[in-house]
Design a protein around this ligand. Structure first.
Ligand code: GCU
Length: 368
C-alpha cells in the first residue's frame, strides 16, 4: 500500500522540523481534508453567540456531582439555532478547575442523561467524575440533523449564504458537528469549574470521525480520542477493507463534501489518507480504539493509521505509538503520545474503552 507521506510537502520537500510541520505541512494537510473530505466551515465562533446555563442540579449522579445544562445559541443569515451541552463536575472539586472529556454524542439527548435515564456505558458520567474529570457531552443533532436534507436544516441552513449554490467543498454534516464541539470549547473557556486547557474531545463511530476532524481543526483541545471511527475516521482508506469511500458516500451522502465522491472506488487517488488526520493532532496526545468484531470499521486499518502517523510525533521529539504490530485484545498501547487499544467484542463505546481513555488522560493531564 502506497500511502501519501505526511512528511513531504506538496512541492516535494522533506519536512525536517516541527517548525516546518507547523508552518507549512500541517496547514497543507488541513486544507486537503477541507477541500476533499469534510468541507469548509463558513464560520468560526459566531459574533452573536450566547451561553445560557438553563439548569443547575447540585445533587446530580446521586449527590456526587453538580450538573449544568448549558444552551449555546447562535444566529446567521438563515436564522437561529442552539446546541445543548450537559456538564458534570465533582462536588469535591471545590472550585478547582478540572480537566475533562467532551463526548460528541450523536445519540439523542434523552439517551445520554444518567440522572433521568440511568447509567449507560456509552456515557459513564459517574465514573468519569469519580476519576476527577469534568464530564461534558454535546449533542450533535442539535447542530445538524443526521440525515440528508440537502443541507437545508441545522447550521447549514443558518450560516450558508441563502440562495447560493453549494460549493463542492462546502461543509457537510461531520464538519458541522465538529464546529459544534468547538462552540462547546468556547463555553468551557468561560466556565471556572473547567480547565479548558486540558479537555479531551471524544466520539464513537460517526462521532469518532467527528472528534478527529474537530481536534485537527481546533487545537484548543488538548487530546483527541476516536472510538471505533472506521472509514473516513481513523481507518486507512486505501486498504478498502470493511466500509469503503464509495459505500460511505452512498449510505451517508450528507457526512462529507461533494468532492469526496470523486474518490469512490479510487482511494489511491486521494491526496490524503487517514493517518494524516491522526497526525494532525500532533504534538497533542491522540488515541484510537478498535473492537475485534468491528470489521466494518477495519481495526487493522485503524491501527496502521496510528503507526503511519508516528513520524510526525517524532519531529517533535515525542514517542508515538511504539509498536508496529497490532496488539492483542485488552493490551492497550499507552507509552507514547499515540494511544491504541483493541477491545474484544463488537462496535460500541464501553466501560472498558472509557477506562483506557481515563488511564491515558491521567498520564498526560496529570503529569507532575
Ligand atoms: C454506519 C456507518 C459507519 C459509522 C457507523 C456509526 O455503520 O457505515 O461509517 O461509523 O454507522 O456511526 O455507528
Amino acid at each position: 500500500m502506497d500511502l501519501p507521506d505526511p512528511l513531504k510537502t506538496l512541492d516535494g520537500k522533506k519536512v525536517t522540523s516541527a517548525e516546518i510541520w507547523r508552518a507549512k505541512r500541517r496547514p497543507e494537510i488541513l486544507e486537503l481534508f477541507r477541500k476533499h473530505v469534510y468541507g469548509r466551515a463558513p464560520v468560526g465562533r459566531p459574533e452573536n453567540m450566547k451561553f445560557k446555563v438553563e439548569e443547575v442540579a447540585k445533587d446530580a449522579l446521586g449527590g456526587v456531582a453538580t450538573r449544568k445544562l448549558v444552551r449555546i445559541s447562535f444566529e446567521g443569515p438563515g436564522g437561529k439555532g442552539s446546541m445543548r451541552v450537559s456538564v458534570y463536575v465533582s462536588n469535591k472539586a471545590k472550585g478547582k478547575p478540572a480537566p475533562g472529556f467532551l463526548l460528541i454524542s450523536h445519540r439523542a439527548f434523552g439517551k445520554v442523561d444518567p440522572d433521568r435515564k440511568g447509567a449507560n456505558p456509552f456515557w459513564p458520567a459517574k465514573a468519569i467524575v469519580a476519576r476527577g474529570y469534568a464530564a461534558a457531552v454535546c449533542f450533535a443533532q442539535d447542530v445538524d440533523p443526521d440525515k440528508y436534507d440537502k443541507f437545508k436544516n441545522g447550521v447549514h441552513g443558518i450560516f450558508d449564504k441563502p440562495d447560493t449554490p453549494r460549493a463542492p467543498d462546502a461543509w457537510a454534516t461531520i464538519a458541522a458537528w465538529a464546529w459544534g464541539a468547538s462552540r462547546a470549547m468556547d463555553y468551557f473557556e468561560t466556565d471556572t469549574d473547567i480547565d479548558a486547557k486540558r479537555i479531551a474531545v471524544l466520539g464513537h463511530s460517526r462521532g469518532g470521525k467527528t472528534s478527529l476532524w474537530c481536534g485537527a481543526e481546533d487545537q484548543r483541545f488538548a487530546m483527541v480520542i476516536s472510538n471505533n471511527s472506521g472509514c473516513s475516521g481513523a481507518a486507512l482508506a486505501r486498504r478498502k477493507s470493511g466500509e469503503t469511500v464509495a459505500r460511505i458516500n452512498k449510505g451517508f451522502p450528507h457526512w462529507f463534501c461533494d468532492n469526496y465522491s470523486k474518490f469512490d472506488g479510487k482511494e489511491e487517488d486521494m491526496p490524503v489518507d487517514q493517518h494524516m488526520l491522526v497526525a494532525l493532532a500532533a504534538p497533542r496526545p491522540v488515541y484510537v480504539a478498535s473492537a475485534s468484531k468491528d470489521s466494518w470499521a477495519d481495526p487493522l486499518g485503524e491501527f496502521l493509521a496510528c503507526v503511519h502517523a508516528e513520524g510526525v510525533y517524532k519531529l517533535f521529539g515525542l514517542n508515538g505509538l511504539g509498536a508496529s504490530e497490532m496488539p492483542k485484545p485488552e493490551s492497550p498501547l499507552q507509552s507514547g503520545h499515540i494511544g491504541y487499544h483493541l477491545r474484544t467484542g463488537r462496535h460500541g463505546l464501553t466501560e472498558y474503552d472509557w477506562k483506557c481513555y481515563m488511564d491515558f488522560a491521567d498520564k498526560h493531564f496529570r503529569k507532575k
